[in-house]
Design a protein around this ligand. Sequence first.
Ligand code: SAM
Length: 281
Amino acid sequence: MNSNQSGTLYIVATPIGNLGDMVPRAVEILQSVTAIACEDTRHSKKLLDHFAIDKPLFAYHDHSDKKSSDNIIARLSSGNDIALISDAGTPLISDPGYRLVRAARQQGIAVIPVPGACAAIAALSVAGLPTDRFRFIGFLPAKTTQRKKVLQELAAVPETMVFYEAPHRILETLRDSLEIFGGEHSGFMAREVSKTFETYLHGTLAELVTAVEADSNQQRGEIVLVLAGRESSDSSVTVDGEKILRLLLGELPAAKAAALTAKITGGDKKQFYQMALALKN
Ligand code: SAM
Protein backbone atom coordinates (compact mmCIF):
# COMPACT_ATOMS: atom_id res chain seq x y z
CA MET A 1 0.00 0.00 0.00
CA ASN A 2 1.23 3.45 -0.89
CA SER A 3 0.32 6.27 1.44
CA ASN A 4 -1.21 9.10 -0.61
CA GLN A 5 1.12 11.93 0.32
CA SER A 6 4.33 9.98 -0.33
CA GLY A 7 6.46 10.54 -3.41
CA THR A 8 7.57 7.79 -5.75
CA LEU A 9 10.96 6.10 -5.94
CA TYR A 10 11.77 5.59 -9.63
CA ILE A 11 14.36 2.97 -10.57
CA VAL A 12 15.62 4.25 -13.89
CA ALA A 13 17.75 2.29 -16.36
CA THR A 14 20.39 4.24 -18.29
CA PRO A 15 22.47 3.21 -21.36
CA ILE A 16 25.28 0.62 -21.12
CA GLY A 17 27.23 2.33 -23.89
CA ASN A 18 25.35 4.01 -26.70
CA LEU A 19 23.57 7.09 -25.35
CA GLY A 20 20.94 6.55 -28.05
CA ASP A 21 19.70 3.68 -25.89
CA MET A 22 18.39 6.11 -23.25
CA VAL A 23 14.62 5.67 -23.36
CA PRO A 24 12.56 8.90 -23.68
CA ARG A 25 10.58 8.08 -20.53
CA ALA A 26 13.82 7.88 -18.53
CA VAL A 27 14.63 11.45 -19.59
CA GLU A 28 11.10 12.64 -18.72
CA ILE A 29 11.15 11.02 -15.29
CA LEU A 30 14.65 12.30 -14.46
CA GLN A 31 13.53 15.79 -15.47
CA SER A 32 10.48 15.53 -13.24
CA VAL A 33 11.88 14.23 -9.94
CA THR A 34 13.11 16.33 -7.00
CA ALA A 35 16.55 14.69 -6.89
CA ILE A 36 18.52 11.81 -8.35
CA ALA A 37 20.48 9.24 -6.37
CA CYS A 38 23.41 7.70 -8.23
CA GLU A 39 26.64 5.76 -7.66
CA ASP A 40 29.10 8.40 -8.76
CA THR A 41 27.92 11.99 -9.09
CA ARG A 42 30.72 13.02 -11.49
CA HIS A 43 29.99 10.09 -13.81
CA SER A 44 26.22 10.63 -13.81
CA LYS A 45 26.54 14.41 -14.22
CA LYS A 46 27.88 13.78 -17.76
CA LEU A 47 24.85 11.69 -18.66
CA LEU A 48 22.46 14.25 -17.21
CA ASP A 49 24.19 17.13 -18.98
CA HIS A 50 23.91 15.26 -22.27
CA PHE A 51 20.13 15.08 -21.83
CA ALA A 52 19.81 18.60 -20.39
CA ILE A 53 18.60 17.26 -17.05
CA ASP A 54 19.34 19.77 -14.33
CA LYS A 55 18.51 18.10 -11.03
CA PRO A 56 20.39 17.74 -7.74
CA LEU A 57 22.50 14.57 -7.74
CA PHE A 58 23.68 12.75 -4.65
CA ALA A 59 25.57 9.50 -4.08
CA TYR A 60 23.87 6.38 -2.80
CA HIS A 61 25.37 2.92 -2.22
CA ASP A 62 23.81 -0.02 -0.44
CA HIS A 63 26.72 0.13 1.98
CA SER A 64 26.17 3.85 2.60
CA ASP A 65 25.31 4.44 6.24
CA LYS A 66 21.72 3.88 7.27
CA LYS A 67 21.35 7.63 7.73
CA SER A 68 21.63 8.20 4.00
CA SER A 69 18.90 5.70 3.13
CA ASP A 70 16.75 7.03 6.01
CA ASN A 71 17.22 10.47 4.50
CA ILE A 72 15.95 9.33 1.10
CA ILE A 73 12.98 7.58 2.71
CA ALA A 74 12.18 10.75 4.69
CA ARG A 75 12.24 12.85 1.51
CA LEU A 76 10.00 10.33 -0.27
CA SER A 77 7.66 10.20 2.71
CA SER A 78 7.23 13.96 2.63
CA GLY A 79 6.06 13.85 -0.97
CA ASN A 80 9.23 14.19 -3.06
CA ASP A 81 9.81 11.93 -6.06
CA ILE A 82 13.33 10.53 -6.14
CA ALA A 83 15.02 8.59 -8.95
CA LEU A 84 17.79 6.05 -8.55
CA ILE A 85 20.21 5.46 -11.42
CA SER A 86 23.48 3.53 -11.56
CA ASP A 87 26.65 4.16 -13.57
CA ALA A 88 25.14 2.17 -16.44
CA GLY A 89 22.24 -0.15 -17.17
CA THR A 90 19.56 -1.24 -14.76
CA PRO A 91 20.07 -0.33 -11.08
CA LEU A 92 20.16 -3.28 -8.63
CA ILE A 93 21.47 -5.67 -11.32
CA SER A 94 24.99 -6.11 -9.90
CA ASP A 95 24.52 -2.49 -8.82
CA PRO A 96 23.33 -0.69 -5.67
CA GLY A 97 19.70 -0.14 -4.76
CA TYR A 98 18.30 -3.30 -3.20
CA ARG A 99 18.36 -2.01 0.37
CA LEU A 100 16.76 1.28 -0.62
CA VAL A 101 13.99 -0.45 -2.59
CA ARG A 102 13.37 -2.79 0.33
CA ALA A 103 13.21 0.11 2.79
CA ALA A 104 10.81 2.02 0.50
CA ARG A 105 8.56 -1.02 0.13
CA GLN A 106 8.54 -1.51 3.90
CA GLN A 107 7.34 2.09 4.26
CA GLY A 108 4.57 1.63 1.68
CA ILE A 109 6.27 4.00 -0.76
CA ALA A 110 5.59 3.38 -4.47
CA VAL A 111 8.61 2.00 -6.34
CA ILE A 112 8.29 2.21 -10.11
CA PRO A 113 10.78 0.88 -12.67
CA VAL A 114 11.66 2.73 -15.86
CA PRO A 115 13.00 -0.18 -17.91
CA GLY A 116 15.88 0.09 -20.34
CA ALA A 117 19.32 -1.35 -21.03
CA CYS A 118 20.75 -4.28 -19.11
CA ALA A 119 23.98 -5.92 -20.29
CA ALA A 120 22.94 -9.40 -19.16
CA ILE A 121 19.69 -9.32 -21.11
CA ALA A 122 21.31 -7.74 -24.17
CA ALA A 123 23.97 -10.49 -24.25
CA LEU A 124 21.46 -13.25 -23.67
CA SER A 125 19.27 -11.96 -26.48
CA VAL A 126 22.03 -12.58 -29.03
CA ALA A 127 23.84 -15.60 -27.52
CA GLY A 128 21.92 -18.27 -29.41
CA LEU A 129 21.67 -20.34 -26.23
CA PRO A 130 18.36 -21.42 -24.66
CA THR A 131 16.53 -18.49 -23.05
CA ASP A 132 13.36 -20.20 -21.84
CA ARG A 133 15.05 -20.44 -18.45
CA PHE A 134 18.33 -18.82 -17.44
CA ARG A 135 20.30 -18.09 -14.31
CA PHE A 136 21.93 -14.73 -13.66
CA ILE A 137 25.12 -15.23 -11.67
CA GLY A 138 26.69 -11.77 -11.95
CA PHE A 139 30.33 -11.47 -10.93
CA LEU A 140 32.27 -14.60 -9.98
CA PRO A 141 34.69 -14.39 -7.04
CA ALA A 142 38.00 -12.76 -7.97
CA LYS A 143 40.12 -15.43 -6.27
CA THR A 144 40.80 -18.58 -8.30
CA THR A 145 39.97 -21.12 -5.61
CA GLN A 146 36.63 -19.52 -4.80
CA ARG A 147 35.82 -18.95 -8.46
CA LYS A 148 36.45 -22.61 -9.27
CA LYS A 149 34.32 -23.65 -6.31
CA VAL A 150 31.37 -21.58 -7.58
CA LEU A 151 31.82 -22.89 -11.13
CA GLN A 152 31.93 -26.42 -9.75
CA GLU A 153 28.62 -25.81 -7.98
CA LEU A 154 27.18 -24.57 -11.27
CA ALA A 155 28.37 -27.57 -13.31
CA ALA A 156 25.05 -29.37 -12.83
CA VAL A 157 22.82 -26.34 -13.54
CA PRO A 158 20.54 -27.18 -16.49
CA GLU A 159 19.73 -23.62 -17.53
CA THR A 160 21.84 -21.07 -19.43
CA MET A 161 24.06 -19.02 -17.09
CA VAL A 162 24.94 -15.33 -17.39
CA PHE A 163 28.06 -13.83 -15.80
CA TYR A 164 29.56 -10.37 -15.63
CA GLU A 165 33.35 -10.43 -15.79
CA ALA A 166 36.18 -7.92 -15.54
CA PRO A 167 38.41 -7.80 -18.65
CA HIS A 168 41.60 -8.66 -16.73
CA ARG A 169 39.98 -11.85 -15.40
CA ILE A 170 38.13 -13.07 -18.49
CA LEU A 171 40.88 -15.41 -19.69
CA GLU A 172 41.28 -17.01 -16.27
CA THR A 173 37.52 -17.41 -15.95
CA LEU A 174 37.28 -18.98 -19.40
CA ARG A 175 40.14 -21.36 -18.57
CA ASP A 176 38.54 -22.32 -15.26
CA SER A 177 35.19 -22.84 -17.01
CA LEU A 178 36.88 -25.04 -19.60
CA GLU A 179 38.46 -27.11 -16.84
CA ILE A 180 35.12 -27.61 -15.08
CA PHE A 181 32.57 -27.74 -17.91
CA GLY A 182 34.85 -29.31 -20.55
CA GLY A 183 36.30 -27.97 -23.80
CA GLU A 184 33.23 -28.97 -25.86
CA HIS A 185 30.80 -26.98 -23.70
CA SER A 186 29.09 -24.08 -25.51
CA GLY A 187 29.76 -20.49 -24.47
CA PHE A 188 29.29 -16.94 -25.67
CA MET A 189 31.07 -13.70 -24.93
CA ALA A 190 29.54 -10.27 -25.51
CA ARG A 191 32.07 -7.46 -25.24
CA GLU A 192 31.43 -3.70 -25.31
CA VAL A 193 27.74 -4.14 -26.17
CA SER A 194 26.39 -1.12 -28.07
CA LYS A 195 29.82 0.57 -28.11
CA THR A 196 32.28 1.21 -30.95
CA PHE A 197 34.29 -1.98 -30.51
CA GLU A 198 31.48 -4.37 -29.72
CA THR A 199 32.34 -8.00 -30.44
CA TYR A 200 30.51 -11.26 -29.99
CA LEU A 201 32.26 -14.62 -29.80
CA HIS A 202 30.44 -17.90 -29.76
CA GLY A 203 31.70 -21.45 -29.80
CA THR A 204 32.98 -24.15 -27.50
CA LEU A 205 34.91 -23.13 -24.41
CA ALA A 206 38.05 -24.48 -26.08
CA GLU A 207 37.41 -22.16 -29.05
CA LEU A 208 36.68 -19.17 -26.80
CA VAL A 209 39.89 -19.68 -24.82
CA THR A 210 41.90 -19.89 -28.05
CA ALA A 211 40.21 -16.78 -29.48
CA VAL A 212 40.76 -14.70 -26.34
CA GLU A 213 44.38 -15.89 -25.99
CA ALA A 214 45.06 -14.96 -29.60
CA ASP A 215 43.58 -11.44 -29.47
CA SER A 216 44.43 -9.25 -26.49
CA ASN A 217 41.63 -6.85 -27.47
CA GLN A 218 39.25 -9.51 -26.20
CA GLN A 219 40.64 -8.80 -22.73
CA ARG A 220 39.56 -5.16 -22.83
CA GLY A 221 36.33 -3.34 -22.08
CA GLU A 222 33.16 -4.65 -20.51
CA ILE A 223 32.21 -8.29 -20.85
CA VAL A 224 29.24 -10.58 -20.36
CA LEU A 225 29.95 -14.31 -20.47
CA VAL A 226 27.12 -16.71 -21.20
CA LEU A 227 27.49 -20.46 -20.64
CA ALA A 228 25.15 -23.18 -21.77
CA GLY A 229 23.51 -25.23 -19.05
CA ARG A 230 24.33 -28.88 -18.61
CA GLU A 231 22.53 -30.93 -21.22
CA SER A 232 19.46 -32.51 -19.67
CA SER A 233 20.03 -36.14 -18.77
CA ASP A 234 17.15 -37.12 -21.08
CA SER A 235 18.76 -35.60 -24.13
CA SER A 236 22.22 -36.96 -23.32
CA VAL A 237 20.73 -40.46 -22.97
CA THR A 238 19.02 -40.00 -26.33
CA VAL A 239 22.21 -38.82 -28.03
CA ASP A 240 24.38 -41.60 -26.59
CA GLY A 241 21.55 -44.09 -26.98
CA GLU A 242 21.18 -43.38 -30.67
CA LYS A 243 24.90 -43.87 -31.20
CA ILE A 244 24.90 -47.18 -29.36
CA LEU A 245 21.73 -48.32 -31.10
CA ARG A 246 23.17 -47.63 -34.53
CA LEU A 247 26.25 -49.70 -33.71
CA LEU A 248 24.26 -52.61 -32.31
CA LEU A 249 21.82 -52.55 -35.21
CA GLY A 250 24.72 -53.39 -37.50
CA GLU A 251 25.13 -56.70 -35.65
CA LEU A 252 21.75 -57.58 -34.10
CA PRO A 253 18.01 -57.66 -34.83
CA ALA A 254 16.04 -54.50 -33.85
CA ALA A 255 14.43 -55.93 -30.70
CA LYS A 256 17.70 -57.26 -29.32
CA ALA A 257 19.59 -54.04 -30.18
CA ALA A 258 16.87 -51.93 -28.51
CA ALA A 259 16.85 -54.08 -25.37
CA LEU A 260 20.63 -53.90 -25.04
CA THR A 261 20.70 -50.12 -25.69
CA ALA A 262 18.06 -49.63 -23.00
CA LYS A 263 20.12 -51.67 -20.55
CA ILE A 264 23.33 -49.76 -21.31
CA THR A 265 21.81 -46.27 -21.19
CA GLY A 266 19.03 -46.79 -18.64
CA GLY A 267 16.60 -45.53 -21.29
CA ASP A 268 13.24 -46.88 -22.40
CA LYS A 269 13.29 -50.18 -24.37
CA LYS A 270 10.10 -49.43 -26.34
CA GLN A 271 11.38 -46.00 -27.33
CA PHE A 272 14.64 -47.51 -28.59
CA TYR A 273 12.73 -50.20 -30.47
CA GLN A 274 10.73 -47.50 -32.29
CA MET A 275 13.98 -45.66 -32.96
CA ALA A 276 15.54 -48.90 -34.26
CA LEU A 277 12.67 -49.43 -36.69
CA ALA A 278 12.95 -45.82 -37.88
CA LEU A 279 16.73 -46.19 -38.33
CA LYS A 280 16.31 -49.44 -40.28
CA ASN A 281 13.89 -47.74 -42.64
N1 SAM B 1 23.53 -2.74 -13.90
C1 SAM B 1 24.30 -3.05 -15.08
C2 SAM B 1 23.40 -3.71 -16.12
O1 SAM B 1 22.19 -3.53 -16.08
O2 SAM B 1 23.90 -4.39 -17.01
C3 SAM B 1 25.50 -3.88 -14.74
C4 SAM B 1 26.44 -3.20 -13.80
S1 SAM B 1 27.84 -4.14 -13.37
C5 SAM B 1 28.54 -3.17 -12.11
C6 SAM B 1 28.96 -3.82 -14.69
C7 SAM B 1 29.21 -5.05 -15.53
O3 SAM B 1 28.17 -5.21 -16.48
C8 SAM B 1 30.47 -4.95 -16.37
O4 SAM B 1 31.61 -5.33 -15.63
C9 SAM B 1 30.19 -5.93 -17.49
O5 SAM B 1 30.39 -7.26 -17.05
C10 SAM B 1 28.69 -5.69 -17.70
N2 SAM B 1 28.48 -4.65 -18.72
C11 SAM B 1 28.05 -3.39 -18.53
N3 SAM B 1 28.01 -2.73 -19.70
C12 SAM B 1 28.40 -3.61 -20.65
C13 SAM B 1 28.57 -3.52 -22.06
N4 SAM B 1 28.31 -2.40 -22.74
N5 SAM B 1 29.00 -4.62 -22.71
C14 SAM B 1 29.26 -5.77 -22.06
N6 SAM B 1 29.13 -5.89 -20.73
C15 SAM B 1 28.70 -4.84 -20.03
